[in-house]
Ligand binder design. Structure first.
Ligand code: ADP
Ligand code: MG
Length: 445
């Protein structure tokens, strides 16, 4: 890409995590933790990921609506993070933000026309008639009527209000629009009309757009390229069709599998992710997705079905997170009327094995030995001992090495941060995950 309009490098936004009445800082929420991307003039980049992964924060930090805590943002080659007040004012005009819910961003006492043209007034266009002419023209362009200029926000539907928000963003001739879930609050029936409108206007005015959504099917309609975010990081980026047809990251695969199929008879193939999204204040080591990844790599010494391996890892995660109620598991196993306190270690361990959905035995001697020992320790209330028993054998290279985004061979503009695709030296990738043309071993020199 020659001279991108927007160039974001290692963008970080960490919020202080405070505690107590003195607001003592006890840590930080790493909402955005090293995000990089380029955006060409007129291009649309989709930013997707589960709620809470840092999409909105990435947008507000890139636009300096909030101060980033790290990284650089270049707009047309200029360092946004170094802008003084007047440069920032100009930048705010050139880069507009559209929110999910325009209702709350309209002053109910201002007419629609006044709202749409307010920026003109702020930026020194004092001629009322001129402002009105611009405003009426824009209202028509977004599919409303010039007469709507004098009406008030409450007189409009959600879809119409979003059109007004679009008009308000366009009034200052922006070169960049960041649209944060712009159609997520709208009915299906008006969703695509607003999307079409955005696409038309963007093409007409040559505006670059960052389009944020948790809804991949929406992103597919509008974006030229897509960036997938997980826990404050971009894990994969590709031209839109490529991402949908040949995703490389297991997280992207899982997101895509969750899109409802238009054909109700098509077999459901949703990939269930284990566990929940970890906290951004204490992200997992190595690959942040390893705690939930269905494809977390097995150490070279282990040979299990991937499903069983994932279950063993899940058991470890739950023990580590103190997310297993041994007393309740025991009580469930005990005869009716008994609270289970009399249940022996072996029986409790067996009950825990069922709770974790682990086969008996696990089909790998070393892992089985570790699991047996861990379950016994856990049955005896020794959580630390259980973790220690697992620590040697039940470990994935994915939690050790931190993946970086690297280009995908043979797929221009496509990069991914996953050890399956770019294994660190010594890490063995399962045969069915090898890509055509992959060398037998690490791809890096
Ligand atoms: P998304 O837009 O993808 O849903 P956000 O950018 O809103 O995600 O949030 C990312 C993370 O940052 C979340 O864990 C959220 O709780 C946290 N966060 C957002 N704003 C603040 C804030 N002002 N203070 C502390 N944490 C915040
Ligand atoms: Mg958001």
């Amino acid at each position: 890409m020659s001279d991108p309009l927007l160039s974001v490098r290692d963008l970080e936004k960490h919020y202080p995590l405070t505690e107590g009445i003195l607001n003592r800082q006890v840590g930080s929420v790493r909402a955005v933790d090293g995000v990089s991307f380029d955006l060409a003039a007129g291009e649309t980049l989709g930013l997707v990921g589960e709620s809470g992964c840092g999409k909105s924060t990435a947008a507000t930090a890139a636009l300096r609506l909030e101060e980033p805590t790290g990284g650089t943002v270049l707009f047309d080659g200029d360092d946004v993070t170094a802008f003084d007040d007047s440069e920032l004012k100009r930048f705010r005009r050139e880069a507009q933000l559209i929110f999910q819910d325009p209702t709350s961003s309209f002053d109910p006492r201002m007419s629609v026309g006044e709202s749409v043209t307010e920026a003109l007034r702020v930026h020194g266009i004092s001629d009322r008639a001129r402002r009105r002419a611009v405003g009426e023209d824009l209202l028509e362009r977004v599919g409303l009527a010039a007469e709507d200029y004098d009406r008030y926000p409450h007189e409009f539907s959600g879809g119409q209000r979003q059109r007004i928000a679009v008009a308000r963003a366009l009034v200052v001739n922006p070169r960049l629009v960041v649209a944060d879930e712009p159609v997520s609050a709208l009915d299906v029936s008006v969703k695509s009309a607003v999307l079409d409108l955005l696409a038309d206007l963007q093409a007409e005015f040559g505006i670059a757009m960052v389009f944020i959504s948790h809804d991949l099917s929406v992103v597919r309609e509008v974006a030229d390229r897509v960036a997938v975010m997980y826990l404050g990081e971009i894990v994969e980026m590709a031209p839109t069709e490529r991402l949908f047809e040949a995703p490389e990251h297991p997280y992207t695969e899982a997101l895509l599998s969750a899109i409802p199929q238009p054909d109700p008879d098509a077999p459901a193939r949703t990939i269930q992710l284990s566990g929940s999204v970890p906290s951004a204040s204490d992200p997992p080591s190595g690959c942040r997705f390893h705690t939930r990844c269905p494809k977390a790599i097995q150490p070279a010494t282990v040979d299990l079905t991937q499903e069983t391996w994932r279950r063993v890892l899940d058991a470890r995660e739950r023990i580590a997170g103190d997310d297993v109620d041994v007393a309740a598991v025991r009580e469930l196993r005990a005869p009716a009327g008994d609270d289970g306190t009399a249940l022996g270690t072996a029986e409790t361990a067996a009950a825990l094995r069922e709770e974790f959905d682990l086969p008996d035995p696990v089909d790998d001697p070393a892992v089985e030995t570790a699991v047996t020992e861990a379950l016994s320790a856990l049955a005896d209330g020794d959580r630390e001992g259980a973790l220690a028993a697992l620590s040697e054998t039940v470990t994935t290279p994915c939690e050790v090495h931190e993946p970086t985004r690297q280009s995908v061979a043979g797929s221009p503009g496509h990069d991914v941060a996953c050890h399956l695709r770019h294994p660190p030296s010594g890490v063995r990738v399962p045969d069915d995950e090898r890509r055509v043309g992959d060398a037998d071993g690490p791809s890096e020199p």
